[in-house]
Design a protein around this ligand. Sequence first.
Ligand SMILES: [Zn+2]
Length: 125
Amino acid sequence: MIPKQQFILWIAFGERLHTRDWVKKYMEILDDSCLLCEGNEESIDHQLGGCAFTRLVWNKYASNMGLLRFPGDWEEVKVAILTKVKGKKISGSVYKCGFGTVVYHILGEKNARVYGRVRRSVDEV
Ligand SMILES: [Zn+2]
């Protein structure tokens, strides 16, 4: 696994991402909406689970990995992927690398939008 992606997964699984709901605990911010779907409040659960943009990316990951169903909640996503990557099978490593890549690029897209860079589509992400 690519170390940057492994680090992001460690942060995400430890619930330590600095999403807008987390920032709001420490300072006043004008807009707490999700930058990917511009809808709900940005939280880890929303950003990596229920966000409409993220759901489309997860659906592409699931179809490419041959998964029939992929959960819509971040807690369920974590459980599902931990089940898939157990053991030392090569397929577990493939799921883990793919999962890390998806999380890394979703968060990369969010950061790109924070800093006003070009917005990418679901297919580009
Ligand atoms: Zn969203």
